[in-house]
Design a protein around this ligand. Structure first.
Ligand code: FAD
Length: 387
């Protein structure tokens, strides 16, 4: 497995154990069927509780059943899961960073006790509803709103492109509170079996096919006051969750690129043309050399980001730079790997094209490449260029 500058040498025992557990899980339970899931547009839902038992959902949180592992261990976990498929890593990212994290950071004691152990074990599935049909890159323009009503709130609006919504037990819905001054964005825990909630599946995807994506329709949905996340108000709520998830993506994308690289490296040694393996041609060696270099640079960035996060110094612009760079790297390099596999490379028998197709989603969600460019532009100049 590619580790060109021996980063593994610095891992502690727990980090190795988590990485190896995830790698073995992916080899045994994901890789054999993932091509078929991708073709059929399904997610291996039977793995959800198994992933919970193995501690794959937010193990970097502390308490309520989470072991508080290092940020490097968490990153390595995301890397191994995405080496299986971005759909698998998305499952863990949403459940952990976008559902458990906000409950852990901003939830009431009752909310934490009710949801964190169940979500952590994969006994319940959660989703994160921020994007709307008319508000993607600019979520603060959201129209979904809540009005105070007796002992709680009534929610109306619609969310789209929501990972896992059709299989979720609970959705974190971000909505404007019209009963409060300045209509701040608040987070609401919405059980999906409440009257007025619909979660239609989006079926036409050509990317992230092994992941369930849907809408959340909210038609006069009543939730009690106890379902509001009490600890946060304003866009800081959803944005702070996205920072956590983007951290995982900066690591995860390397896994997809590495897996595609390993398939190409093997193929170059096995496939014979003109009387010998294609790996003897300088053109193919150049591609492998470039892939290995780009993956290694992305790994170095991810390890540095983990150090910053571990000591509490990670800022959103650090995450933007890392997500932007590592996903672009994976998008480019999975295509080169695909190319090295010739005709076989366009099938689901091999991973590169599946990873390549997935990267179109990863390049777009959690802040598009363009939006992260603007975050960096703002950090570098002090001038906002979003509008
Ligand atoms: P738009 O915002 O309409 O952007 C269209 C294009 O315009 C993009 O290229 C963009 O970069 C560009 N653009 C926009 N604004 C600017 C600007 N100011 N300057 C320059 N260029 C600009 N969302 C959730 O809330 N929860 C989820 O679980 C979730 N899962 C997803 C799963 C999948 C498979 C996908 C595809 C998306 C998911 N999303 C989710 C939504 C995702 O975060 C949005 O698609 C993303 O934020 C972009 O929004 P948009 O699609 O509306 O594109």
């Amino acid at each position: 497995m590619l580790d060109f500058v021996q980063l593994e040498a610095d891992l502690d025992q727990e980090e190795r154990l988590i990485r190896d557990t995830a790698r073995e899980f992916v080899e045994e339970h994901v890789k054999p069927d993932i091509g078929e899931h991708f073709e059929e547009g399904t997610f291996p839902t039977e793995l959800i509780p198994e992933m919970g038992e193995l501690g794959f959902y937010a193990p970097n949180l502390e308490g309520y059943g989470s072991p508080n592992v290092s940020e490097t261990a968490y990153g390595l976990l995301m890397q191994e899961l995405e080496a299986g498929d971005s759909g698998l890593r998305s499952m863990a990212s949403v459940q952990g960073a976008l559902v458990m994290y906000p409950i852990h950071a901003y939830g009431s004691e009752e909310q934490k006790e009710e949801w964190l152990p169940k979500l952590g074990q994969g006994e319940a599935v959660g989703c994160f509803g921020l994007t709307e049909p008319e508000h993607g890159s600019n979520p603060s323009g959201m129209e979904t709103h809540a009005e105070a009503d007796g002992d709680g709130y009534v929610l109306n609006g619609s969310k789209t492109w929501i990972t896992n919504s059709p299989i979720s037990d609970v959705a974190i819905v971000w909505a404007r509170d019209r009963s409060a001054e300045d209509n701040p964005v608040r987070g609401f825990l919405v059980e999906t079996d409440r009257d007025g909630v619909s979660t239609n599946k989006i079926t036409e995807k050509l990317s992230l096919r092994a992941s369930i994506t849907g809408e959340i329709g909210l038609n006069n949905v009543h939730v009690p006051e106890a379902n509001v996340l009490p600890g946060v108000s304003g866009m800081k709520g959803p944005l702070s969750c996205l920072t956590q998830a983007r951290y995982g993506i900066a690591w995860g994308a390397i896994g997809a690129a590495r897996d595609a690289f390993e398939e190409a490296r093997q193929y170059a040694q096995d496939r014979e043309q003109f009387g010998g393996p294609i790996g003897r041609f300088q053109l193919q060696q150049r591609k492998l050399a470039e892939m290995a270099t780009q993956i290694t640079l992305a790994q170095l960035l991810a390890y540095r980001l983990a150090e910053l996060k571990e000591r509490g110094d990670m800022q959103p612009h650090h995450v933007s730079l890392s997500k932007r760079n590592n996903v672009r790297m994976a998008r480019d390099q999975t295509r080169v790997a695909r190319e090295m596999l010739g005709g076989n490379g366009i099938t689901t028998d091999y991973s590169p094209m599946r990873h390549m197709a997935n990267m179109e989603t990863v390049y777009t969600y959690e802040g598009t490449h363009d939006i992260h460019t603007l975050v960096l532009g703002e950090e570098l100049t002090g001038i906002k260029a979003y509008q």
